[in-house]
Design a protein around this ligand. Structure first.
Ligand SMILES: [Mg+2]
Length: 271
């Protein structure tokens, strides 16, 4: 298999951190400005740099404070003292391990700043197979797509391989994850475990939408969907299907590959 680079989104793709990020924002805001944080700007799919800018604006604070706020956030996250349970999303651990076994390079592409991503992954028991040094993080840019270039460059340097085009695969739970992939020629695999439905993620242009990460063979097939010949994955023969345009928002997502083996046995009626 040619070199593949899989870049995982963190929140609601690999982990559920249930407000840990918000608590850290509150701690830092109180520390810097001596009052309670009134509100946090919308977060889904966005980078910490963008979220902090809008959050400070909502609180009437100058955007000039974004840099110092991100620095304080990094310090508090690295310190790891703020409590907050983090759990892995269903199937995340097995999916990461399976991709690693298949020789696929893996890191993260996340709106989180690196210390916060590392904290969440550590608390969720994930990360052993993720090379965080080649990841791209939310302090770099407000626009998620810009992070793809950063990660590709880092991975090319680290591994001496070319990850341009669909050799890079983004896996995420929001239309912004999908948009970042599409804007950079990467392959977009979406997982409907966040606040967006499979139909919404399909409409955003994801090449494959998975209900979750529990079917490891399906995750592997989705990630390697650029293969042009049938492959055996986990005992199932996977044939690439015809390239299909994104379906309308009415129906379930249509994956580009189809299993010629028996249907999944999890009884959940998934495709
Ligand atoms: Mg996410």
């Amino acid at each position: 298999m040619a070199d593949l680079l899989v870049l995982w989104d963190v929140d609601y793709t690999l982990v559920s951190a249930d407000g840990l990020g918000t608590r850290l924002y509150e701690v830092v805001f109180r520390e810097m400005f001596g009052r309670e944080l009134p509100a946090v700007a919308p977060k889904a799919g966005r980078t910490d740099r963008a979220i902090v800018g809008d959050t400070l604006a909502l609180a009437g604070v100058s955007r000039a404070e974004v840099g110092p706020f991100l620095a304080a956030l990094a310090r508090v996250a690295a310190d790891g003292a703020v409590p907050g349970p983090v759990r892995p999303m269903a199937g995340a651990s097995g999916a990461v391990a399976a991709l690693a076994s298949a020789g696929i390079r893996q890191s993260v592409l996340t709106g989180n700043i690196r210390p916060l991503a590392a904290l969440k992954l550590r608390r969720a028991g994930l990360g052993d197979d993720l090379d965080l040094d080649v990841g791209a993080y939310g302090d770099v840019h407000e626009v998620r797509a810009e992070l793809v270039t950063v990660a590709r460059r880092a991975a090319a340097r680290a591994y001496g391989a070319d990850f341009s085009g669909p050799a890079t695969v983004l896996v995420g739970d929001t239309p912004l994850d999908v948009a970042a992939a599409r804007a950079t020629g990467a392959r977009a695999v979406a997982v409907a475990t966040g606040s967006y439905s499979a139909a919404e993620l399909t409409a955003a242009g994801a090449e494959v939408v998975l209900p979750d990460l529990t079917d490891t063979a399906r995750v592997l097939a989705a990630v390697t969907g650029a293969v042009t010949r049938p492959v055996d994955i986990g005992g199932r023969r996977i044939a690439p299907g015809p390239s299909s345009a994104a379906s309308s928002s009415a129906g379930p997502p249509v994956p580009r590959w189809r299993s010629t083996g028996p249907p999944p046995r999890d009884g959940r009626g998934r495709r």
